[in-house]
Ligand binder design. Structure first.
Ligand code: C2E
Ligand code: CA
Ligand code: CA
Ligand code: CA
Length: 279
């Protein structure tokens, strides 16, 4: 009987794992995650492959939930987005990343570094968003040009008129804007002309086989040409191998982010990584 009970418990556990339950658990967990200090940031370096100089770092959110353990941002960000929690979480991310970047500049860890932060659709549709950015810059002392905001086309085209106006405001403040995951959407060409982006981040789905897929090579080539004509910078994401770096250099894409240079790292690991590069 005991054994049967255990099996039933196991079964119950399995059912718990169905999508709807999991969704609810995450939604509930997210509501208290900030208070419980369950979030942290990891930082992934962005490198100029010509000089090896670190031009920046992207802050990426990590959630270690008391109930669920480590949850991937790919799983919890959409839920935080739907429940509206992402606004508060996103503000925390921006403040935390800005504080860290100011510290690193002061320490001499990375003097010319720009910090990149991901911005979600519901943050962009917040009328107070640019004001919140300004407040973060004021309270931390981060210079506007040291902050880069990344968002996707799909986030930008919601409430487009309003978002364009706010982007203009951010750019006039001196903040850098980057279009994230470029090449995965449907309106790529129009988006880069409609919004005042200075950076295009090419999605890793176009990069992973670039050294052996002439079609993706051709797409990347045309993105670089487009960016050149529009006076925009291009950064390639998901660069994992020397072959990727070599091919991108041949094509004229020098800004690189990916495992080849460094994985997303916690603060101490990032500092160590920076130290090792200087030796
Ligand atoms: P993303 O903005 O496109 O971030 C890049 C993702 O690619 C990160 O996954 C990073 O760890 C991963 N990556 C970097 N280099 C490589 C590589 O060479 N190879 C491979 N295979 N992967 C690489 P991560 O950290 O799991 O984040 C996933 C997504 O979650 C992010 O994609 C972003 O859309 C979202 N996200 C993360 N942090 C935040 C945040 O603070 N706010 C918002 N709104 N979204 C976030
Ligand atoms: Ca990003
Ligand atoms: Ca991306
Ligand atoms: Ca992505």
């Amino acid at each position: 009987a005991k054994r049967m009970g255990r099996n039933q418990y196991h079964l119950f556990n399995e059912t718990l794992k169905n999508a709807a339950e999991q969704y609810l658990l995450m939604q509930q967990g997210l509501e208290t995650a900030l208070l419980r200090d369950e979030f942290s940031l990891v930082y992934q370096p962005q490198v100029d492959s010509r000089s090896g100089a670190v031009i920046g770092a992207e802050a990426l959110l990590r959630w270690n939930s008391a109930e669920l353990g480590f949850v991937s941002p790919q799983d919890f960000i959409p839920i935080a987005e739907q429940s509206g929690m992402i606004r508060q979480i996103g503000e925390w991310v921006m403040l935390e990343a800005a504080r860290q970047a100011v510290k690193w500049v002061k320490d001499g860890c990375c003097d010319k570094m720009q910090i990149s932060v991901n911005v979600s659709a519901s943050q962009l549709s917040d009328p107070a968003f640019s004001h919140k950015v300004a407040t973060v810059l004021q309270t931390t002392g981060l210079l506007p040009r040291q902050l880069c905001l990344e968002f996707t086309e799909s986030a930008a085209i919601r409430e487009e008129e309003h978002v364009i106006a706010m982007c203009d405001e951010l750019v006039s403040m001196g903040v850098t804007l980057a279009v994230d995951d470029f090449g995965t959407g449907y309106s790529s060409m129009r988006t880069v002309t409609a919004f005042p982006f200075q950076f295009i981040k090419i999605d890793r789905s176009l990069i992973f086989d670039i050294d052996r897929n002439p079609r993706n090579e051709a797409v990347v080539r045309s993105v670089l040409e487009l960016a050149d004509r529009l006076h925009m910078n291009v950064l390639a994401e998901g660069v994992e191998t020397l072959e990727h770096v070599d091919m991108l250099q041949q094509l004229g894409c020098y800004y690189i982010q990916g495992y080849y240079y460094g994985r997303p790292m916690a603060v101490e690991a990032f500092e160590q990584w920076m130290l090792n590069r200087k030796i």
